[in-house]
Design a protein around this ligand. Structure first.
Ligand code: IMP
Ligand code: MG
Length: 187
């Protein structure tokens, strides 16, 4: 347990409400439905942070599509990138000749998605795009931008709707900024 006072008490303020997220995910689903009509895209969920976004996004896609899952690690239990991306679980399906959309929670330094797109690019997909709910362009250290994104967020550590700090807060239905004492306190 991070804070015995409870989950909501650790949040300094709500950055994006449940309603704002819902409306944006619907828009993204409509755009993907339009762009991929008749292409049966394969949406790849990056575990675990993208799970709520992925589930909601897929439900807004109005044409045939398929799902697959990958787990990678770049941040272990903390808040800074190690610069090393390790595949912990690979996808089950072949992506050769498929229209692939990688679905991620947030693009921060861009390191994770930069590595991942390079790797998946070698598997000969028909196309490869990235959908991220959040984008923190100020923090980018490599040349990469999401093809679809929901919101640009400031350079603050955000949690909720899949995003975690030490694996907590993923179940919050909104996205908020953590109180600094939550991650500076000795637990
Ligand atoms: P990148 O490789 O630096 O772009 O980092 C991507 C990963 O870092 C994301 O998939 C998140 O797991 C994590 N991350 C980056 N910023 C945040 C944040 O503000 N809150 C929670 N996780 C974050
Ligand atoms: Mg993550």
């Amino acid at each position: 347990m991070i804070n015995k006072m409870g989950l909501e008490n650790d949040i300094q303020y709500v950055l994006l409400t449940e309603e704002q997220i819902k409306a944006k995910v619907k828009e993204l689903g409509e755009a993907i439905s339009r762009d991929y009509a008749g292409k049966n895209p394969l949406l790849v969920c990056i575990l675990r942070g993208a799970v709520p976004f992925f589930a909601d996004l897929c439900k807004q896609i109005t044409d045939y599509m398929e799902m697959d899952f990958m787990a990678v690690s770049s941040y272990e239990d903390g808040m800074t990138s190690h610069g090393i991306v390790r595949i912990k679980k690979d996808m089950d399906k072949s992506i050769e000749g498929r229209h692939v959309i990688i679905v991620e929670d947030i693009m921060d330094s861009g390191n994770t998605l930069n590595h991942l797109t390079r790797l998946l690019g070698t598997r000969n997909p028909a196309s490869l795009k990235i959908a991220c709910l959040l984008d923190k362009p100020e923090r980018r250290t490599c040349e990469i931008t999401p093809d679809y994104f929901g919101f640009i967020v400031p350079d603050e550590f955000v949690v909720g709707y899949g995003l975690d700090y030490a694996d907590a807060y993923r179940n919050l239905p909104y996205i908020g900024v953590l109180k600094p004492e939550v991650y500076t306190d000795v637990k």
